[in-house]
Ligand binder design. Structure first.
Ligand code: PDD
Length: 288
């Protein structure tokens, strides 16, 4: 069964999918995207991702290429045609193609590309052992709240992580506070058992998983604070973890050369991961 992509209104073989050489996504990173996880055939946090997509488009004064309703239908069709039960849908919208000129061109049709692929969402070597992160300076622009495809700083950061044998790189602002990972939000649990994650602002991407985890934490009666934290505070934390569409809540057991807590995934992140997974799949959780 050939893998299919959706490109500007047509389902095409994945390896034949193409956009124009003057697409503004290609030339200016003038585009936005979303990654939505599919677990047991369900689109996880679909509403949240589409709400954020609408916001990203509005911030860049970009048009929707199709109605949100049609977009939902195409996502489902792509999942079906690619037989994805567990995996992701990637969707990208750019302003479209036009002769190269920095300012926004008038009257262009946005480009839309969607792909779907299978993925192991629960690799035990990560979920059961936890992952390691390194810290790097945050060198990005100041509109990190827009989920734009301008990801070069994050690609550089992830490469540094890979070279160091780590899973993720936590970016640190000029005042020593962690902003977020290169493709995830950053969390710690203090010695008193309080969940801490940086508040939403222009300085981080307000993760949809982050938002759902905060809601679930509230439902579970866990205490949490939305405030910045430093690398030193993270070293001393009882637990640390990252969150994103593809990782859910993933334990972090090492930060640079420091072991977090007892070096094993903590209780709170384990509970949150299980609760998020139940929410994602619609299967009620059992009392842990
Ligand atoms: N990344 N922060 C950054 C910089 C991100 O790129 C992401 C997501 C997140 C988490 O957001 P969410 O919970 O909505 O996935 C935070 C996606 C997964 C990616 O680029 O692949």
């Amino acid at each position: 069964m050939p893998r299919l992509a959706y490109v500007n209104g047509a389902y095409v073989p994945h390896d034949k999918g193409a956009v124009h050489i003057e697409d503004r996504g290609f030339q200016f990173a003038d585009g936005v995207y979303e990654v939505i996880t599919v677990e047991q055939g369900r689109l996880v946090d679909e509403e949240g991702h589409l709400t954020r997509l609408a916001r990203s488009l509005a911030e860049l004064e970009m048009d929707w290429p199709m109605t949100a309703r049609s977009l939902r239908i195409v996502m489902r069709e792509l999942i079906r045609r690619n037989r994805v039960r567990d995996g992701i849908v990637y969707l990208q919208i750019t302003r479209g193609s036009a002769p190269r000129d920095f300012a926004y061109p008038a009257g262009v049709t946005p480009t839309i590309v969607m792909t779907a692929r299978r993925m192991n969402l629960h690799p035990p070597e990560r979920t059961e052992r936890g992952v390691s992160v390194i810290t790097i300076p945050d060198i990005r622009w100041k509109r990190r709240d827009i989920k734009s495809v301008a990801l070069l700083p994050q690609a550089m950061g992830k490469q540094k992580a890979r070279t160091a044998g780590a899973f993720e790189a936590w970016q640190v602002d000029d005042d020593g506070f962690i902003t977020e990972g290169c493709s995830s939000n950053a969390w710690i649990v203090t010695k008193d058992g309080v969940l801490v994650t940086r508040p939403a602002s222009n300085l981080i991407l307000n993760g949809i998983t982050r938002q759902s985890l905060l809601r679930i934490a509230g439902e579970l009666g866990l205490s949490y604070e939305e405030r910045p934290f430093t690398t030193e505070e993270a070293y001393e934390a009882k637990e640390a973890f990252i969150s994103s569409a593809t990782t859910y809540a993933m334990p972090v057991t090492q930060i640079n050369d420091r072991v977090v807590g007892n070096g094993r995934p903590g209780d709170l992140v384990t509970r949150l991961r299980a609760a998020y997974r139940s929410y994602a799949t619609g299967v009620p959780r059992h009392a842990a």
